[in-house]
Structure formats: C-alpha cells, structure tokens
Design a protein around this ligand. Structure first.
Ligand SMILES: Nc1ncnc2c1ncn2[C@@H]1O[C@H](COP(=O)(O)OP(=O)(O)O)[C@@H](O)[C@H]1O
Ligand SMILES: [Mg+2]
Length: 392
C-alpha cells in the first residue's frame, strides 16, 4: 500500500490519505507521498467516516477515491457515493465482496461459475449438499485467504465442517472444481484491461493453507497469452464487463479442469497480496505501482510491458514455534540460483515466526526468475525442498 501511495505522488497526483493510525505511524513511503492525512476514529463505521471526510474536505471533491485493500473496498465505494466521485458504487462494489451476489451477476452474463447456493443455517447447508452433490466446498460468503474454507467429500465430513463453521453467519456452498488454479490480474482503464498478468498457484491455495509443510509457490507466467490460458483471460475480460468495472486494479482467480474447461473462482476489486505486485515488476522490469497510479489518475498506462521472465515467489514456513534460530540450505540455494535469485525476504534469525494461517507471506519468501518456465519451477521446487527455517 505504501508503494501505491508513492506511485500516485510520482505521477503527480495530489494524494489525501484517510486511515485509523496516527500520521506518525504511517510507513515512510506513504507519509512522504501524502499532501494531507485524516485520522478517523473508526475506519469500519462507514457512516461516521463519510461524515468526517466530508467535513475535512470542506466542499472540495477529489477526482478519485481508491482503496486497494479488500476490507476497505465497500468503504471506498461508500465515500464515492457520498462525494459523487466516479468508480465502483456501493452496489457495484458489493458484487466484488459477496461471493453469492458475484456469482449471480456472472451467471446472468453466461459465465461458467461453480454450481452454488448460499446458506445461513445448518439445514440450509444440508439442503444445498442434497442439491449439488459431493464433493463440495464450503466457504464464507465474504472470506479471504482461504480462511474457514472446507472441502468435503461425504456426509461425515460435511457434519464436521458445519461444526467448525458455526461462527460464520453465511456460507457459499459450491461444487468442488478439480484442476489447476490461476489468477487474471488486470489494471483497467475505461472498462478495458491496459495491463494484465496471469499467475499459477502451486499447489492450489486451499491445499497450501491446509498443510503447514508446504512451501506455496505463486508463479507469474511469462507467456500469459499462450493458448492454454486464453480461456481464462477471455473469461477475465467478460467478468470485468459483467461487473461494470471501469478503472483500477482487479485480481481474479480461475480454475482449468483437466478437460480444458475454464471455471470462474472469485474476483476482488484490488490487487493480489503477498508481494504478487512486486512479482509483476520482476517479470517485466517495470513499476506496476506507478502504472496503476497513472491509470487511475490520468487514464494512461505507459509502463513498457515486455515480458522477460517467469517469476516464482516461494513462501516458507519454519519448523517449530517461537523465534527463528537457524536457516539451513540458503547458501546452496544461492549457489544454485545465482543471479536468478532476485529477492531474499526471509525472516532473519531472531525474528518471531508469523502465523502462516493468517498470512501467505508466512516466515518470508524468496523470489526467483528465469526466461524459461522449466528452469524457474526447478529452482522454486528446490527452495521448497532444500531450504529449511527452524524456530524454537
Ligand atoms: N468451488 C471450488 N472448487 C474448488 N476449489 C475451491 C472452490 N472454491 C474455493 N476453492 C479453493 O479454496 C480457495 C479459497 O477460495 P476463494 O473463493 O478463492 O476464497 P478466498 O477469498 O478465501 O481466497 C481457492 O483458492 C481454491 O483453492
Ligand atoms: Mg481466493
């Protein structure tokens, strides 16, 4: 987020910040890029924020209201509605937040979504299971990060999942779609993607979040326009149209089944997390933070997109609990990867472990890139197997 803020200042926008921290606590690149900052009392009291922002602006109307963080997408839309600023309205933004509404709109546009039903009671979930059949996915209607998401194969597993889902008010029950999982990330201008990126999840996010021993990989692909991915990109464009998305960043996930069928996963009106925007920069040696800023400020995208590399982010989870005490295998990985290892962002020895269930970044990551996909994956797999962090 600080880097997007920096991007806005760099392209010459005057940036007014709204947040709930004191100005002094803002990260340096953000603080430096703001011409003014309003600290609100409670960022999640939308009505109060709209009133506070209105008083603060004293009649001035900004040209854009932008929020690149999932929990704030509706708040930003609320501010747009209140101030009469173009961009997603509250109603349009709702379709990006609520997974049932999202799929209803897309079904209406003829887009292939997993068969789905929403349920807010245990009996509603059983009914949905009867109608959809196993295997199924159960997940929060407005979730993120694969939190509280369960794959169930039979009645016993459904029973178990339901007992764990008691704190979730409404769930989306979906047909389980087997296959590979990809992103379609885009910066749009006037309803047309001006830049796009396709990344491949290895393994699928739900598997990565269910098994601590896995070192999840996200791989930005050098040739997103190859035929096998064409169906996903075409679907991405159709989804943006169906949801009336005009300008800004979107992050869509889609599945490709073994028979080639492309199925919609979900979409957010924001960029992906876990340093996947940095990954896009490494793929083309451009500045996507600034490119986004230029797109939303001036309706142009002038970064020179030449796709030079496949880029893999490999996220590591330490063994044990507490503080990182030892890192084993890093020297070997450095020798193996040489100049293809472009970023080492592992937690240093002495740092406290992060909660891998709360953040895909986990205990840090390495980024490798190579013009050849096979070479990229070989390095990424070696980092998964031969690099170990130990905590105690
Ligand atoms: N219908 C489905 N079929 C297969 N896998 C699914 C399905 N829905 C969700 N998943 C798995 O769960 C993960 C999280 O679900 P998703 O809808 O992307 O929610 P989140 O907002 O938590 O990322 C997906 O990345 C995918 O691996
Ligand atoms: Mg997802």
């Amino acid at each position: 987020m600080p880097l997007f803020t920096r991007g806005l200042a760099e392209v010459g926008a005057e940036v007014l910040g709204v947040g709930d921290q004191p100005a002094g606590a803002l990260p340096e690149p953000a603080r430096r890029s703001l011409s003014s900052y309003l600290q609100v009392r409670n960022l999640w009291d939308e009505e109060a924020v709209a009133a506070e922002v209105g008083r603060w602006l004293a009649g001035a109307i900004p040209e854009r209201v932008e929020c690149l963080w999932e929990p704030g997408v509706l708040l930003a839309a609320r501010l747009r509605d209140a101030l009469g600023v173009p961009g997603l309205t509250r109603q349009q933004a709702f379709a990006f937040r609520n997974k049932e509404r999202m799929k209803q709109v897309l079904d209406g546009a003829g887009i292939r979504t997993p068969r789905h039903l929403a349920a807010s009671t245990v009996s509603g979930c059983w009914e949905a299971a009867e109608r959809l059949g196993f295997p199924l996915i159960l997940k929060p209607i407005a979730g993120a990060g694969s939190m509280d998401t369960y794959r169930v194969h039979d009645r016993g597993e459904l029973n178990e999942a339901l007992s764990r889902l008691r704190h979730v008010p409404e769930v989306s029950v979906e047909e389980f779609v087997d296959g590979e999982e990809y992103t379609f990330d885009a910066i749009s201008i006037g309803g047309e993607p001006a830049y796009h990126n396709v990344a491949w999840y290895r393994p699928r996010p739900l598997a990565a979040r269910s098994n601590e021993w896995v070192s999840p990989q996200v791989v930005a692909l050098r040739f997103p326009d190859q035929p096998e991915l064409g169906g996903g990109i075409e679907m991405g464009r159709a989804v943006l149209k169906a949801l009336s998305f005009e300008s800004g960043f979107t992050h869509m996930e889609w599945y490709r089944r073994a028979d080639g069928e492309v199925v919609f996963g979900e979409i957010g009106a924001r960029p992906p997390g876990a340093h996947q925007v940095d990954q896009m920069n490494f793929a083309c040696d451009i500045d996507v933070f600034r490119g986004w800023a230029e797109a939303v400020s001036f309706g142009r995208f002038s970064e020179d997109v030449r796709r030079l590399y496949n880029v893999a982010n490999v996220y590591k989870r330490a063994h044990g609990t507490g503080r990182i005490r030892r890192v084993v295998g890093l020297e070997r990985i450095r020798r193996l990867c040489g100049p293809h290892l472009v970023w080492d962002n592992l937690l240093p020895v002495g740092a406290r472990r992060r909660d891998w269930r709360q953040t895909l970044v986990s205990d840090g990551f390495l980024v490798v890139r190579h013009p050849d996909l096979g070479a990229t994956l070989a390095m990424a797999d070696e980092i998964g197997k031969a690099l170990h962090l130990y905590a105690a």
